[in-house]
Design a protein around this ligand. Structure first.
Ligand code: GLU
Length: 449
């Protein structure tokens, strides 16, 4: 049997063992496409079912989350925590609260997280969790009660040396605070490093909020520097208007890019004068309203509702998908390429469909996969854990500067690995192989576990 046939066999078993999990299958397939190159050079990675073990989560927890709404009605949601791989450190990865959440989505995110966390070079394993709870239009009281109920089960599975959750879609500083409070109450322990993305008043790290968006832009900057150019003056489109999108826009603007459009699930706004970030922030973070409100203040801007157009139709040099998985399709990639896009970097997890990624790679577009480009968030979470472990607190610049170095290292690892494996400029291959080798080496050293 050739190594490719062996890999195909492993992948078939994984797909069959996890039926109907489309997103997980997609994430696994993508990594397997890169692994062919590694095992051709290093067939020893096929020994001891190392790849098979890597694809099987160490533990998967699914639990009931009951809660009561403001009218006294009881609801039931489903909670998840997939503790995927702890060869490099405690499981680490966010919690997502969104109605689309199911086991497939949490497993795809957890699987990606293993490689992403390995790429940071920091001692963190991979995990992910969340719930199909929909926080939209829920009061603060309802969301707090949900967070408390969620933690009432989750607390027994986590710990600063075991598993360290953080935020993701639908979970920000506010929710982390409520969950931390409940953890502290249930355990009677102020275990600062059990959650990251905490508030600054009780052990959070400066620059954690900004880190994912900033990191994505640092990555773009490194890719462009390698080509002898910079971000300055480039028309940039950023999908989303949550935490990742807001700080990607802020950093890109600071570096001289022109942000033309951003979005939420209701539609997108185009402002040729440049997006007014303070206004977006006020709408999304203070009013918690829809992005369409933007045009009530900025009269020359346009709002296009979902279903009437796609943000990727807006011509740009740099596209930063920062919303959610599979938001950028092959059709969108075709339009972006036709309009002359030069760089696409994933601020979200797996926002480009496989055929969109294929189109970018074929067209020679600089493409940064999420597991490399959005690793700044989790890397800074690991810096938060360091501060908590040493009962210390670093300045904003100290943390931000370390983030800058980490992102540069991730970029260089991806670029050098792609070169070593015969595909210079292929950041997808570089990220998958670079992350895989680190985890594989640690797993092998620790025996059949
Ligand atoms: N949810 C983020 C991610 O996708 C951050 C996870 C963390 O900080 O643990 O990487």
């Amino acid at each position: 049997m050739t190594v490719d046939e062996k890999l195909d066999g492993i992948l078939s078993t994984i797909l069959a063992r996890n039926p109907g999990e489309a997103e997980f299958h997609q994430a696994a397939r993508e990594v397997f496409e890169s692994l062919g190159r590694v095992v051709a050079k290093r067939p020893d990675y096929l020994e001891d079912a190392l790849i098979d073990r890597l694809c099987e989560p160490e533990r998967q927890i699914i639990f009931r989350v009951p809660w009561t709404d403001d009218k006294g009605q009881v609801h039931v949601n489903r909670g998840f925590r997939v503790q995927y791989n702890s060869a490099l450190g405690p499981y680490k990865g966010g919690l997502r609260f969104h109605p689309s959440v199911n086991l497939s989505i949490i497993k795809f995110l957890g699987f990606e997280q293993i490689f992403k966390n390995a790429l940071t070079g920091l001692p963190i394993g991979g995990g992910k969790g969340g719930s199909d709870f929909d926080p939209k239009d829920r009061s603060d009281g309802e969301i707090m009660r949900f967070c408390q109920s969620f933690m009432t089960e989750l607390f027994r599975h986590i710990g600063d040396k075991t598993d360290v959750p953080a935020g993701d879609i639908g979970v920000g500083g506010r929710e982390v605070g409520w969950m931390f409070g409940q953890y502290r109450r249930l355990t009677n322990r102020f275990e600062a490093g059990v959650l990251t993305g905490k508030g600054l008043s009780y052990g959070g790290s400066l620059a954690r909020t900004e880190a994912t968006g900033y990191g994505t832009v640092y990555f773009v900057q490194s890719m462009l520097e390698r080509q002898g150019t910079s971000i300055e003056g480039h028309r940039t489109v950023v999908s989303g208007s949550g935490n990742v999108a807001i700080y990607a826009m802020e950093k890109a603007m600071k570096l001289g890019a022109r942000i033309i459009a951003c979005s939420d699930s209701s539609g997108y706004v185009v402002d040729e004068e440049g997006i007014d970030l303070d206004l977006v922030r006020e709408i999304k973070e203070v009013r918690r309203a829809r992005i369409g409100d933007y045009v009530k203040t900025r009269k020359d801007a346009t709002f296009i509702a979902t279903g009437k157009g796609v943000i990727w139709d807006v011509p740009c040099d740099i596209a930063l998908p920062c919303a959610t998985q599979n938001e950028l399709t092959a059709r969108d990639a075709g339009v972006l390429i036709k309009n002359g896009v030069r760089v696409v970097a994933e601020g979200a997890n797996m926002p480009c469909t496989p055929d969109a990624v294929e189109a970018f790679r074929k067209a020679g577009i600089l493409f940064a996969p999420g597991k490399a480009a959005n690793a700044g968030g989790v890397a800074t979470s690991a810096l938060e854990m360091q501060q908590n472990a040493s009962r210390d607190r670093w300045t904003f610049d100290q943390t931000k500067d370390r983030l800058g170095v980490i992102m540069r290292n991730i970029h260089d690892t991806c670029a050098e690995t792609a070169e070593e494996y015969g595909e210079p400029g292929d950041y997808v291959l570089g990220a998958n192989i670079g992350g895989f080798i680190r985890v594989a080496e640690a797993m092998r050293a620790q025996g059949v576990i």
